[in-house]
Design a binder for this molecule. Structure first.
Ligand SMILES: C[S@@+](CC[C@H](N)C(=O)[O-])C[C@H]1O[C@@H](n2cnc3c(N)ncnc32)[C@H](O)[C@@H]1O
Length: 188
């Protein structure tokens, strides 16, 4: 199976970003991937799905809150054994999963203008809790949020970028849009 960064319909990401996401999936062979923000499913969702298809194992659970986007994404993956689309607020999902149970999280819902600092805090602390040690966190549209303050009750940490640098190993970044950043969870 060959993937060259193409989309499946509309996808809000660059070809380089999609190729990078695909390569992380192929290299790390995750069992469980969460995607926070499916939109129409043609971009990052498709890249992850192609990686899992290449591996021939693993599962992507992808979450979209908007009816219209979900109804465009869901049919694309209805017959794909590696992908499950959910019409659901990803915060609800994050809060109910077990600690250290996820291998990779693609966080692509961060640039919503209505997002509060509190929402960012909940998502980022939730991602840390869910990821296994060595798990991958990929954040799209990072440039839109990196300077947002996050209160984690740690006085040294005051922006999202500081928080991530403090708690994760920085792996890579692709700057063809507003930034795709790749971190790896270190610690327990
Ligand atoms: C930047 S777009 C995702 C782009 C997509 N991954 C792609 O590659 O084309 C962000 C999406 O997150 C969704 N979203 C925002 N907040 C959400 C939430 N709390 N739960 C689920 N989806 C959410 C938005 O409706 C939007 O479709």
């Amino acid at each position: 199976m060959k993937y060259s960064g193409e989309t499946l319909g509309y996808g809000q990401s660059s070809k380089e970003e999609r190729m990078y996401i695909y390569s992380v999936v192929v290299d790390s062979e995750p069992e469980l991937v969460l995607e926070l923000g499916t939109m129409e499913g043609g971009g990052t969702t498709y890249a992850i799905a192609q990686g899992l298809t290449h591996n021939n194992h693993g599962k992507l659970h992808t979450f979209e809150i908007d009816d219209n986007y979900y109804s465009k994404a869901e049919p694309k993956f209805r017959n794909n054994e590696f992908v499950e689309c959910y019409k659901k607020d990803f915060l609800d999902d994050i809060s109910t999963r077990e600690d250290n149970s996820v291998d990779m999280i693609m966080f692509d819902g961060v640039s919503m203008p209505e997002w509060s600092e509190e929402l960012n805090r909940k998502v980022l602390l939730g991602c840390y809790r869910l990821l296994k040690n060595g798990g991958d966190l990929i954040i799209h549209d990072f440039g839109d949020v990196s300077e947002i303050r996050i209160d984690t009750s740690n006085s040294k940490v005051n922006t999202i970028q500081d928080y991530l640098e403090e708690n994760y190993e920085f792996i890579n970044r692709i700057m063809t849009t507003t930034g795709l950043y790749h971190f790896r969870k270190v610690g327990t």
